[in-house]
Design a protein around this ligand. Structure first.
Ligand code: NAP
Ligand code: GCO
Length: 262
C-alpha cells in the first residue's frame, strides 16, 4: 500500500447521521470521493429524498433512511437494515444535532433534555448499535461531531455546551473501552461554520457575526468543506494510532484571545 492509500476509504461503508445537508452532507460527500459507500439518515422522508437527490446531483448513490437517532429501537432497526441492504458499517459519524439558544433561566427542563437527547444520548445509542459490527469486522472508526462548546461556554447555549462537553468525554470513553478491538473513536470540533444551524447568527446587522470574525485568526466563518480533509483523515487508516482525540477545525479561534482594540 502506498502512503497516500492510507487516506483511502475504498471498500468502506460509512453511516453519517443527519446528513441530508450541512456539515453531515459535506463529510459524507468527501467520504464518497475517498471511495466509501454512503449511508445517511434524517428524521423526515422528504429530507431523506432531498438528500438522496442532492447526493445524486454530485454523482453519489447514497443510501438514505428515515430514522430519529434518539429512538433506540429505530436505530437498532436502521443498523440491521443497513447490514441487510449494504453491509456492516465500518465508519460512523455522529453528526445529527440541534441547538436551542435560550438563556438558562428561561429554558425549560424539556428543552434542555431535548438538546441532550439529540446531541449526547443519540451518539451513545448509535455508537452502541454500531460497535458490535465493528468488533465483528476487526476494525472501526467513530467520529463524533463535537464543538468549540466542548471547551467553552457562552450565553444562551447551556444545554448545547453540556451535551457537547459530554460528547467529548463519551468520545474518550469509547476510545478507552474499545480501542483493543482496533476501533478508533475521535471527535471533530468545528469552529463557527456557515450552515443552517448558524444562519441566525450570520444575519446582517447581527453583532455576533463581527464578533466571530474578530475572534477567529482566519478572520472568516468556516465552511462545511473546511471539515472534509480532517474528517477523511479520522475515518482512514492514516489515523489508526489516533484515538480519543478531539481535532478542532476552528480557524484558530480556540487559540486566540481575540483581535485587540485598534
Ligand atoms: P444543521 O444544519 O442543523 O443539520 C443538522 C442535521 O441533523 C439536520 O439534517 C437535521 O435534520 C439532523 N437531525 C437533527 N435532529 C435529528 C434526529 N433526532 N435524528 C436524525 N437527524 C436529526 O446542523 P450543522 O450545522 O450541519 O451541524 C451538524 C453537526 O455539527 C451538529 O452536531 C452540530 O452541533 C455540529 N456543529 C455545528 C457547527 C456550526 O457552526 N454549524 C459548529 C460545531 C459543531 P432536520 O433538518 O430534520 O432537523
Ligand atoms: C452558537 C453556535 C455554536 C456553533 C458551534 C461552535 O450558537 O454559539 O451555534 O455553538 O454551532 O457549536 O463550535
Amino acid at each position: 500500500m502506498s502512503f497516500i492509500d492510507k487516506f483511502s476509504l475504498e471498500g468502506k461503508i460509512a453511516l453519517v447521521t443527519g446528513a441530508s445537508y450541512g456539515i453531515g452532507f459535506a463529510i459524507a460527500s468527501a467520504y464518497a470521493k475517498a471511495g466509501a459507500t454512503i449511508v445517511f439518515n434524517d428524521i423526515k422522508q422528504e429530507l431523506v429524498d432531498k438528500g438522496i437527490a442532492a447526493y445524486k446531483e454530485i454523482g453519489i448513490d447514497a443510501h438514505g433512511y428515515v430514522c430519529d437517532v434518539t429512538n433506540e429501537d429505530a436505530v437498532k432497526d436502521l443498523v440491521a437494515k443497513v447490514r441487510e441492504d449494504v453491509g456492516i458499517i465500518d465508519i460512523l459519524v455522529n453528526n445529527a444535532g440541534i441547538i436551542k439558544r435560550i438563556p438558562m433561566l428561561e429554558m425549560s427542563a424539556a428543552d434542555f433534555r431535548q438538546v441532550i437527547d439529540v446531541d449526547l444520548n443519540a451518539p451513545f445509542i448509535v455508537s452502541k448499535a454500531v460497535i458490535p459490527g465493528m468488533i465483528e469486522k476487526g476494525h472501526g472508526k467513530i467520529v463524533n461531531i463535537c464543538s468549540m462548546m466542548s471547551e467553552l461556554g457562552r450565553e444562551t447555549v447551556s444545554a448545547y455546551a453540556a451535551a457537547k462537553g459530554g460528547l467529548k468525554m463519551l468520545t474518550r470513553n469509547i476510545c478507552s473501552e474499545y480501542g483493543e478491538h482496533n476501533i478508533q473513536c475521535n471527535g471533530i470540533g468545528p469552529g463557527y461554520i456557515a450552515t443552517p444551524q448558524t444562519a441566525p447568527l450570520r444575519q446582517p446587522g447581527v453583532p455576533f457575526n463581527d464578533f466571530i470574525i474578530s475572534k477567529t485568526p482566519a478572520a472568516r466563518w468556516g465552511t462545511p468543506e473546511d471539515l472534509q480533509g480532517p474528517a477523511v483523515f479520522l475515518a482512514s487508516e492514516a489515523s489508526d494510532f489516533v484515538n480519543g482525540h478531539i481535532l478542532y477545525v476552528d480557524g484558530g479561534i480556540l487559540a486566540y484571545i481575540g483581535k485587540q482594540p485598534q
